[in-house]
Structure formats: C-alpha cells, structure tokens
Ligand binder design. Structure first.
Ligand SMILES: NC(=O)C1=CN([C@@H]2O[C@H](COP(=O)(O)OP(=O)(O)OC[C@H]3O[C@@H](n4cnc5c(N)ncnc54)[C@H](O)[C@@H]3O)[C@@H](O)[C@H]2O)C=CC1
Ligand SMILES: O=C([O-])CC(=O)C(=O)O
Length: 392
C-alpha cells in the first residue's frame, strides 16, 4: 500500500540485554523502498536512562510511522511544486489525479479538462495529503490551470478501440495536443511536459514544433511517457524468469507503438538465462501490451489504470530530478542523438533542468539490433508526420 509504514519487528534481545528495533519502510512508488534501520540500545529494566531511551525510540517509531505530510515537515523541507494534469477527468486522468494527490512532492495540483473537472477536483481534494487541489474546466480556465506549473502531464485525447492503431488517433489528438501546447508555451513556458496522448511518436514532435514556433522550446523539458512499456516489460519478464518483480529492471527503447517499442531483455536484471524463443515472445507481448488491453476492454477504451501508475512514476521521477535528487533514471521518448532519428526513447538521467543526460543503448543482442533497424522507418515516418502537421 502506498505510503504505508510497516514496522516489521521490535523486540528485546534478552541475551544481549539490548533493545533492538528494526524498521522497514516501504513507501513505494514515490518514496523509499526498502530502507532498513537498526537501532540497538541497553535494555536493562533497572536502568532509568535505558527506559528513557526506549520510550524516546518508541516515540520516534510512532512519528516515523506517519506519512511525511502528517509528520509536519514535508512542506518546509520539500520545495513547492505545482503539477497540472490536462485531460484530468478521463480514464487515465482520474486515477492519475489520485496518484499525484498522494505524492508528497506535489504542493498544488491543477486538474484541467473540457468537462467534469469540478467533480473530480472536489473528490480528490478531500484526501488529507499535502497538495491543494483545484479544478479547471474549458478553454477559458486553461491559462489559470497552467500558470506556475512545474510539471504538466497530458493524457488528453481519444483512446483506441479494437482494430485501431495508435496512429489512427492522430487526426483527433494531434489538434488537441497542438492547442494544449500553445497554451503551455504561453502560460508556463518553463514547465516540464509529460506527453501521454497518443500517438506519442507524433505528439512529442508536434509539441516540439509548437514550442519552437513560440520561441519556448527546451529539449530538456519535453518527454514522451513510455513508462508503461517499461512497467509491462518488467511484469512479463518477472513472470517468465520467475524472479521478484520488485527487483526487475528492463530498459525499453525506440518509440511507443508496435514494433517501435523495443525492450532490451538482454540487459534485464536480475539475469535469467531465458531461451531465445522466450525472449521473442516477451518482446512481442511488450510490443502488443496496449493492444492486449484494448481488446480485453472490447470497445471501452485502452489502458487507464496501469497508465496512471506509469504516468505517476514518471512524473515523480521528474519532480525528484527538479528537486535535485541524484541518479534519477527513467526511459523516455526525448530529443536524441542516440540514433540518427531526432526523437528516440532510451534511458534518461533526470535533474534540475529536466534531461541531464540521454544515455546510450548499451550492448544489444543480434535480435535487438535487428529490431532496432526494423523500427527506424516507422518511427521516422511518425516523427515526420507530427512535424509536418505542426507546421501546416
Ligand atoms: N503513453 C502511453 O503509454 C499511453 C497513452 N494513452 C493515451 O492517452 C490518451 C487518453 O486516454 P484515456 O484517458 O483512456 O481517454 P479518455 O477518453 O478516457 O480521456 C481523455 C480525456 O481527455 C479530455 N479531453 C479531450 N479534449 C481535451 C482538450 N482539448 N483539453 C483537455 N482535455 C481534453 C476528455 O474530455 C477526456 O476526459 C489517449 O490518447 C490514449 O491513447 C493511453 C494509454 C497509454
Ligand atoms: O494501446 C493504446 O492505445 C494505449 C497505449 O498506448 C498503451 O496501452 O500502451
């Protein structure tokens, strides 16, 4: 459970006449994951100082057991950060709003949509966590929603139905993204933008062109959210390799549609000697993960809950980077020189300015090298389609 404190064990170690406390924090997905502290102190029942120390430790345990916000120091020690969600009343937007409300790094949460945001904002706003929540509805309120934002997350637009490709969403979503990005350029030109709306392979280049035209483009602050591909690759790999999913890491590179999604299982950790056939099947399942959900939902949309989770993980990484947390690395579709394509998803180090470093691909297997060459023409065409649309 998010932000839940699990006090694993407190016991008196009689043999050593020491009072020992073990703490295990599991604050994932936003905070510590697996911090283990051991405190050991004299436990003689007759010693007054020891009794005092014991009650003081227990007091600290009780305090630490509360979420950061309730401990009262989060707003002083964590910088104020405003996050805006555009498309906040949608299938992704609502659970994403919930998860961002639970994130102690957020101090203001702006929920924007063309409809239904007052209800979502009232609902989420009752949750007793740090951020203030405000709902904004309709174009007239878009500027207010965006003003002062540090991070803008965009899950606005139509989702797929069975039989459609992500590119089939282009005609509707390209225009939505273009308009929203024009407003971002006007009202919060320095914000980090997390683009979720599909087709990501085209909507990110559209956003870049809109920002270039407005004179606000900062390639370090524009991200296509591909975290769901990583989330899926981790889940599927853990299942096949029979390893603890919480320990799994798998980079996913390329883009975010079909064969442009290239999981690098040769770099997956913990290592497992999977057969080539298994790697091929895992690759295909990761590439078709979105379609698997679209078909299972049978006309009622695409991935929303897993996407909200993935979007929250990525936004949290951006906020941590902004706040100066070191070594924050996530895969994302960004402006890139990793290949000859102008945009490409790979591991990215996040920092105070957004992208600190776009990391290379690392060693690829023959199968992955082949996949990389195969995806380039499709990804190139999707990027060019976005650029052309934005400049038409
Ligand atoms: N990057 C990724 O990994 C993923 C991307 N997606 C994409 O995310 C998008 C949203 O998906 P869902 O939330 O399921 O769709 P949805 O239809 O449930 O929600 C979309 C929301 O966008 C709003 N909207 C439409 N035009 C708008 C505008 N001009 N300004 C603000 N809001 C606007 C709608 O009112 C609606 O509330 C789709 O394009 C989908 O393909 C979905 C899953 C994964
Ligand atoms: O498949 C879709 O249309 C939505 C999406 O991008 C995903 O689930 O990866």
């Amino acid at each position: 459970m998010i932000f839940e404190f699990d006090l694993s064990t407190i016991f008196v170690n009689k043999a050593c006449r020491h009072f020992t406390a073990f703490f295990f924090f599991n604050l994932s997905p936003f905070s510590f994951n697996g911090l283990f502290i051991i405190i050991s102190l004299p436990a003689s029942p007759k010693s007054k100082p020891a009794t005092k120390m014991r009650s003081s430790v227990l007091r600290s345990v009780k305090t630490l057991a509360k979420p950061a916000g309730a401990r009262g120091y989060s707003s002083e020690s964590v910088p104020d950060r405003k996050v805006a969600v555009l498309g906040a009343a949608g299938g992704i937007g609502q659970p994403l709003a919930l998860l961002m409300k639970l994130n102690p790094l957020v101090s203001r949460l702006a929920l924007y949509d063309i409809a239904n945001t007052p209800g979502v904002a009232a609902d989420v706003g009752h949750i007793n966590t740090r951020s203030e929540v405000a709902g904004y509805m309709g174009n007239d309120q878009l500027g207010q929603a965006l003003e002062d934002s540090d991070v803008v997350i965009i899950p606005a637009g139509v989702p797929r139905k069975p039989g459609m490709t992500r590119d089939d969403l282009f005609n509707i979503n390209a225009g939505i993204v273009k308009d929203l990005c024009s407003a971002i350029a006007k009202y919060c030109p320095n914000a980090i933008v997390n683009m979720i709306s599909n087709p990501v392979n085209s909507t990110v280049p559209i956003a870049a062109e809109v920002f270039k035209k407005a004179g606000t483009y900062n390639e370090k602050k524009l991200f296509g959210v591909t975290t769901l591909d990583v989330v899926r690759a981790k889940t599927f790999y853990a299942g096949k390799a029979n390893v603890n999913v919480a320990e799994v890491n798998v980079p996913v590179v390329g883009g975010h549609a079909g064969i442009t999604i290239l999981p690098l299982f040769s770099q997956a950790t913990p290592k497992a000697n999977l057969a080539d056939e298994d790697i091929k099947a895992l690759t295909k399942r990761t590439q078709d993960g979105g379609t698997e959900v679209v078909e299972a939902k049978a006309g009622k949309g695409s991935a929303t809950l897993s996407m909200a989770y993935a979007g929250a993980i990525f936004a949290d990484a951006c906020l941590k980077g902004l706040n100066g947390v070191p070594d924050v690395v996530e895969c994302s579709f960004v402006q890139s020189t990793v290949t000859e394509l102008p945009f490409f998803a790979s591991k990215v180090r996040l920092g105070k300015n957004g992208v600190e470093e776009v990391l290379g691909l690392g060693p690829l297997s023959d199968f992955e090298q082949e996949g990389l060459e195969k995806l380039k023409p499709e990804l190139k065409a999707s990027i060019e389609k976005g650029v052309k649309f934005a400049n038409a």
